[in-house]
Write a protein that binds this ligand. Structure first.
Ligand code: NOJ
Length: 546
């Protein structure tokens, strides 16, 4: 066998990320809410799972109207999550275990209780008045037709000032004015503070919304269809790209840090737009989320098309990342049907996520197959769910406590959890799944381990062979020293797959085939919902290795 050529390991490119929603991960102090010391207690779980980095949804001081995405103090930790010392301890302990820590930076808005906003709203002449986006108007006439993501107008009238302020999200989240130099400088200081403390990176919340049209023009009307849906004048304004570049410059003055942007596009899955935020690949965002797969039905053809489009959107020096679920949408497994076949589909998706070229992000609980929790009206805490019930029940369903065991409160807390635990925790939980060789957790951890061991997986080329035809995706991952073959059957149909010529293959991991089994064949039989990762042993017999 040829000598293994070691690729340079770049943690945010080649590693696996794990997204923690801190309220729901592990409660260390018995108040029913997850916290930072709780994450500390579960670090070894993350080591066993094999992840390389964690991204924490916001832990800054917050009145929690939007559960942390409404910040009142960017320099301190909310007491519900612990103290700044706890956070520093987390950094230290995570780093000791080779796990990087990425925090969520909420840029577009603050809480309406942030002292900046109090000053801004105190008078027209206050020096911070211009830190937020105010427009003249009267009670009966809104400045324009801009809509809030959370429903209704994006403008809130302030009686005292007789002006409107803009809120792209809830009215308790006034939008900052990023055209104001002092706002930009204030954030540069905040970034510096956390970088100096040793944070490894940032997830930039709603980064494509931070700049709005200078002239406050109406978004094109409904009749213009796609134009309207894109929110032409409130997203992806040229200036946002400049700001991202400025942030990159700051990060580049530190060693080995990164940022990943939430580029939420309308219509969802506008991969080209997400790709634009990488600019030339090494001068803007390190990574940007493309949410296409979250919105696609489980179809090999549709998944393939989305992936292909995403890859085509990545600049030459850029790098893709992939995600199946997060705290804003439903849990991916709950999209995959009702019966037991959804677990089979979820394994196919897991193998795809962890064998694609690009950094995988796993949402807490995805690795054990946690599904949406159905909640009663009285249990809903997300203001969105309260507002739109029963038509839309909000985001709580995908934020319920991590299921550590079959025991009380799923082993998450000794107290009543802030959101109910899913009753299925008696079946779906970390403790039992670690013991079960067929479990989702065992499957995820094996995939993560293999991804680490095989440079073809973490850094190799992606060569598609079957592009969703007949419900099957097949591709190679190739590095200088190995060639892997990935077979994914998105359907319940068994089929025979012709490889063209004969190959010597060894199974590395499979939902159906026996690990380490070797075969020499030109025709592979694939079972219903089979996901198989194989090593192409013939590769070493090719010209280049003679
Ligand atoms: C996107 C976050 O993911 C979501 O949870 C939040 O409500 C909005 N941004 C506003 O910060």
């Amino acid at each position: 066998m040829p000598e293994k050529k070691q690729k340079k390991w770049i943690w945010w490119k080649h590693g696996v990320f794990y997204h923690i929603y801190p309220r729901s991960f592990y409660d260390s102090n018995g108040d029913g809410i997850g916290d930072i010391p709780g994450i500390l207690l579960k670090l070894d779980y993350l080591v066993n799972l094999g992840v390389d980095a964690i991204w924490l949804s916001p832990v800054f001081k917050s009145p929690m109207v939007d559960f942390g995405y409404d910040v009142t103090d960017y320099y301190n930790i909310d007491p519900v999550f612990g103290t700044k010392d706890d956070f520093i301890r987390l950094l230290h302990e995570a780093h000791k275990r080779n796990i990087r820590v990425v925090i969520d930076m909420v840029l577009n808005h603050t809480s309406d209780r942030h002292p900046w906003f109090a000053e801004s709203a105190s008078s027209h002449d206050n020096p911070k008045h211009d830190w937020y986006i105010w427009q003249k108007g009267n009670k009966f006439k809104k400045p324009n037709n801009w809509r809030s993501v959370m429903g209704g107008s994006a403008w809130q009238f302030d009686q005292r000032l007789q002006e409107y302020y803009l809120h792209t999200f809830f009215r308790e989240q006034p939008d900052l004015n990023w055209r104001n130099k002092e706002v930009r400088e204030a954030f540069m200081d905040i970034f510096r503070h956390w970088l100096d403390l040793g944070v490894d990176g940032f997830r930039l919340d709603a980064v494509n919304m931070i700049i709005k049209d200078k002239k406050f023009r109406n978004n094109p009307g409904l009749l213009t269809g796609v134009l309207w849906r894109r929110r032409w004048f409130t997203r992806n304004q040229p200036r946002s790209f400049k700001i991202v570049k400025q942030l990159r410059k700051l990060l580049d003055t530190y060693d080995d840090r990164m940022m990943v942007g939430e580029v939420y596009t309308l219509p969802p899955g506008d991969s080209e737009m997400a790709g634009n935020y990488l600019k030339s690949g090494d001068n803007a965002m390190h990574l940007a989320f493309d949410f296409s797969l979250m919105f696609k039905p489980f179809s090999a053809r549709k998944y393939f098309k989305a992936i292909d489009r995403w890859y085509a959107s990545i600049p030459e020096k850029g790098w893709p990342c992939h995600v199946l679920s997060n705290h804003d949408l439903r849990r991916i497994i709950s999209k995959y049907g009702k019966g037991s076949s959804k677990y089979k589909r979820a394994k196919v998706a897991a193998m795809l996520l962890l064998t694609l070229r690009g950094t995988p992000f796993i949402y807490y609980g995805e690795e054990i197959g946690m599904q949406n929790t159905s909640l009663r009206r009285s249990e809903i805490l997300d203001p969105l769910g309260k507002k739109f019930w029963p038509f839309y029940k909000g985001r709580d369903k995908a934020r319920t406590p991590m299921q550590w065991s079959a025991g009380n409160n799923a082993g998450f807390s000794v107290a009543k959890p802030w959101l109910p635990v899913n009753p299925d925790h008696v079946r779906i939980n970390v403790e039992d799944e670690w013991k079960d060789t067929e479990s989702m957790l065992t499957f995820y951890s094996s995939l993560i381990r293999l991804r680490k061991e095989h440079s073809a997986l973490f850094a190799g080329q992606w060569v598609p062979l079957r592009m969703g035809l007949d419900g099957v995706i097949v591709f190679n991952r190739i590095s200088t020293d190995e060639k892997l073959l990935i077979l994914l059957n998105f359907t319940s149909r068994e089929q025979a797959l012709s490889l063209g010529s004969s190959f010597r293959l060894e199974v590395l991991l499979s939902t159906h085939k026996v690990p380490h089994e070797k075969m020499e064949t030109s025709l592979i039989h694939i079972e219903s919902f089979e996901a198989t990762l194989m090593c192409d042993l013939s590769y070493f017999e090719t010209e280049q290795f003679r």
